[in-house]
Ligand binder design. Structure first.
Ligand SMILES: Cc1cc2nc3c(=O)[nH]c(=O)nc-3n(C[C@H](O)[C@H](O)[C@H](O)COP(=O)(O)OP(=O)(O)OC[C@H]3O[C@@H](n4cnc5c(N)ncnc54)[C@H](O)[C@@H]3O)c2cc1C
Length: 351
């Protein structure tokens, strides 16, 4: 008997698994490597939506939760996952500079937007109008996180690498049985793979494909994250992760020529030195029309739950959303209606 079966071992599944283990619960995790979003993500965390100069929804709370989550996990797995690093916004005009300084004065944004103009020069980048700096930012090495966490789950005999067979689930009033495992609860965290799920497949996870590159350049010298129409994230050894595109039509995780050309065009707007593409990845973000996560309990089965819709911000949202769901299940806490799956009714719902 385990407390939780967890389907999916991306950022959502890992966040929930840790929440459960930290509270002395037992788990059995399933993953079939069918989705790549967490594996290939940029991993950036940034409390400000720079395009619109607005604060990310509940950014301060999420940052606190996230920092604590990764710190604990780093100690447990003796590895670094969270790499705090400044994010710089390159300005293309005096007007952009002015907009920045006006925004840095606003109440919600003041803690996150530095009012100091960054005039430092970086080799390989021309920047006549300099940069603005976002505070409390960085990135999580999601590839290392996934790899390390799965190894850890293997070491405690708590993960199986196989497709979850929804038809083999036996639901009873107090327990769930699945191929010999009896559990008190099941949490589905399949990312865009949710559409195979007969219980939660109705949820509006529309999916936004993203492509990114690893590039190499010995002329580029950047020790901060640059974020304009794409981000450039230094990985060391002259390598940089660059991304990402947004495609709402294609739902595959295959890199495309169209994505490649778009990224190349954007990179050339920012840097003016030679580089070569070392790798090209793609994945589908589990995005939702109202840009809010989807968490909650099935309307017919009170021991069946979902943690999805982390969209473009799984790194910051994952730990806070996992806590919210865990507190609901174990302590009866009411889930904020903005993120509760109850805001979406399935077509055949009995009103
Ligand atoms: C190009 C790109 C760049 C991004 N950059 C950032 C960024 O900089 N910062 C940020 O915070 N976020 C970023 N994201 C978004 C972030 O990756 C997502 O928010 C996050 O990965 C979602 O995590 P998840 O666990 O919900 O889904 P996923 O990562 O898709 O994980 C779901 C898991 O469930 C498994 N699964 C699915 N169905 C089944 C089944 N039937 N049986 C067994 N296992 C199953 C899959 O194999 C997968 O491992 C980016 C995404 C992309 C694509």
């Amino acid at each position: 008997m385990v407390d939780y079966i967890i389907v999916g071992c991306g950022l959502a599944g890992i966040s929930f698994a840790e929440q459960a283990l930290n509270n002395d619960k037992t788990i059995a995790v399933f993953d079939n490597d069918s989705q790549k979003s967490s594996l290939i993500a940029g991993g950036l965390y940034n409390p400000v939506i720079l395009k619109r100069f607005s604060e990310v929804w509940k950014a301060e709370e999420q940052l606190v939760e996230m920092k604590e989550f990764y710190k604990k996990l780093e100690a447990k797995l003796a590895s670094q996952f969270d790499f705090p690093k400044p994010i710089l916004r390159k300005f293309f005009s005096i007007e952009e500079q002015n907009n920045w300084f006006a925004a840095s004065d606003k109440k919600g944004l003041a803690p996150f937007l530095s009012p100091v103009l960054i005039t430092k020069k970086y080799s390989g980048i021309t920047s006549a109008y300099n940069y603005g700096e976002v505070l409390h930012t960085g990135y999580v090495d999601t590839e290392l996180l996934l790899f390390s966490y799965r190894k850890y789950l293997e070491s405690i005999n708590s993960i199986r690498y196989e497709s979850f067979d929804y038809g083999a689930l036996l639901l009873e009033s107090d327990t769930i049985s699945y191929k010999g495992i009896v559990a008190k609860h099941i949490v589905f965290a399949e990312g865009f793979g949710i559409h195979q799920n007969p219980f939660f497949g109705y949820l509006p996870v529309d999916g936004t494909k993203g492509e990114l590159f690893i590039i190499e350049s010995d002329e580029l010298d950047l020790n901060v994250i640059l974020n304009t129409s794409v981000f450039i994230l230094p990985l060391g050894w002259n390598r940089y992760k660059v991304g990402a595109t947004y495609n709402w039509k294609d739902k595959t995780d295959l890199p495309t020529e169209e994505g490649k050309q778009e990224l190349l065009e954007r990179i050339r707007e920012i840097i003016d030195c030679d580089f070569k593409i070392v790798a090209h990845f793609a994945g589908v973000r589990p995005t939702v029309y109202d840009r809010r996560p989807l968490i909650g309990t099935h309307f017919d089965y009170n021991n069946m739950h979902v943690l999805n819709g982390l969209g473009t911000r799984g790194v910051m949202l994952g730990p806070a959303m996992a806590k919210e769901l865990f507190d609901k299940i174990e302590n009866g806490k009411i889930i904020d209606k903005e993120i509760n799956i109850n805001r979406v009714k399935p077509k055949n719902y009995r009103y």
